[in-house]
Design a protein around this ligand. Structure first.
Ligand code: HEM
Length: 399
């Protein structure tokens, strides 16, 4: 199977999550990705925290200080509140709004069983495979597939009852990809300044079709309050997971472990180790080496922003920097900030790894393991610097 990818993809290609977003956006538009420009935060040289102890100090919430903690998070998230017209636990300064939002998310994240999650995931992934094969023939643009299934999963899993039941799966597939694309582009634009209102309107038009009973532009009813934290993290991890597993020297072992989990999805198989590797370790490792929330921002009372550089904190003092799931069997004291820290950390920290492992298992099963390849298409970016070469993948049926 993968083969030549293993040899030619330099580790430097696996840029930050932000760079990934930039090139995804460019690729979807069929234009050459631009070299990453300074973001609004970077332009004012946001101080970065790179040590685990300092990060924990910043993120932990002292008794009676929750309101200040919310404020310190809502300031750096202001641009998201404006861009996506949201008001949720990430943007609010109100203790009540925060509590109500987080409780609702906790309810949504309850799992009946691993098996019931798998049924939904496989159904979405298989349906989308059929739609993509019909649309693109035997060369499936992997990125578009991942964006679509991740968006569709986020809306069906968390907002299923509100979805427009008159839409066909193919129509919904189209809308999911367009919405995912718009979210990505608005996210990027918002870093440079106010966003193009037409782009913003296009996103809300799509959401209104998907959720006809909601007033999607009302900041409290807006489904993006729930979609954003889910979609924006899951698709990026899924993409990394699939390509990293496929490109690894140990691909056979990782695929075997994911296959076993897919055949019998339960907590026991999630944790079951084969040669020191479990599905749990594979997912934890991808979340460790490529945390999708690369920086966790807070502000002080004067509005000065500081960011925890999650990946740098992770890599500090770690000997093996590359993908190495076995590390989780050896050392229990590795700093892990992918889901944040303290009482405002991610409520999906148990759900998301299971969902991601089920998604990984589903993709490799649906694309029939070795019968499908990920094929590299190199796209020359501006400049000759190695750091700005970009890659796209296709799943290609082997004749
Ligand atoms: C791989 C997947 C995910 C990652 C890496 C992730 C990461 C994070 C991080 C780093 C935080 C803390 C932010 C901060 O301290 O400012 C956070 C908070 C949060 N995440 Fe996630 N997340 C993921 C998936 C999800 C999903 C699927 C949902 C729900 C649908 C979700 C809902 C939330 C919520 C509601 C909070 C705020 C919690 C609070 O304020 O108490 N996340 N997440």
């Amino acid at each position: 199977m993968l083969h030549f990818l293993q040899r030619i993809i330099p580790s430097v290609v696996w840029e930050t999550a932000e760079t990934l977003v930039i090139w995804v956006h460019s690729l979807l538009r069929g234009v050459t990705p631009k070299i990453k420009g300074p973001s609004k935060h970077e332009a004012v040289a946001v101080p970065r925290i790179k040590k685990f102890d300092e990060a924990k100090q910043l993120l932990k919430i002292l008794v009676g200080m929750k309101e200040q903690a919310l404020k310190s998070r809502s300031t750096p998230n202001e641009r998201l509140a404006i861009t996506f017209k949201i008001e949720n636990g990430f943007t609010t300064m109100s203790l009540d709004t925060h509590a109500e939002y987080v409780n609702h998310i906790h309810e949504l994240l309850k799992m009946v069983s691993y098996y019931s999650e798998q049924i939904l995931i496989k159904d979405i992934f298989e349906t989308e495979k059929a739609i993509f094969v019909k649309k693109y023939g035997e060369n499936i643009p992997f990125l578009k597939y991942i964006l679509t299934v991740s968006f569709k999963f986020s809306i069906k899993r968390f907002l299923g009852e509100l979805l427009n039941d008159k839409l066909t799966e193919a129509d919904m597939s189209d809308l999911c990809l367009k919405a995912g694309d718009k979210i990505t582009s608005l996210w990027l634009e918002s870093k440079k300044g106010p966003v193009d209102w037409e782009e913003q309107k296009a996103l809300f038009d799509i959401l209104q079709i998907l959720f006809p009973s909601l007033n999607v532009e009302d900041k409290l009813e807006n489904p993006l309050n729930i979609i954003l934290p889910s979609f924006e993290t899951l698709w990026r991890v899924m993409y990394r997971l699939c390509v990293t597993v496929q490109c690894s020297d140990e691909a056979d072992l990782y695929l075997k472990v994911l296959r076993q989990f897919g055949e019998d999805p339960s907590e026991a198989t999630f944790k079951n180790k084969v040669d020191g590797v479990s599905a749990e370790f594979i997912v934890k490792e991808i979340l460790f080496v490529n945390p999708p929330t690369r920086t966790i921002y807070r502000s002080d009372e004067n509005g000065n922003i500081v960011g925890v550089d999650v990946k740098v904190v992770h890599m500090e003092g770690v000997e093996i920097k590359g993908f190495y799931p076995q590390r989780w069997g050896n050392d229990k004291d590795i700093p892990f900030l992918t889901f944040g820290y303290g009482s405002m950390s991610c409520p999906a920290k148990r759900f998301a790894p299971v969902a991601l492992a089920l998604m990984g298992a589903a993709i490799f099963e649906i694309f029939e393991y070795y019968a499908w390849n990920v094929e590299l298409k190199k796209i020359d970016a501006e400049g000759k610097n190695d750091r700005v070469k970009y890659f796209e993948f296709e799943i290609k049926k082997v004749k």
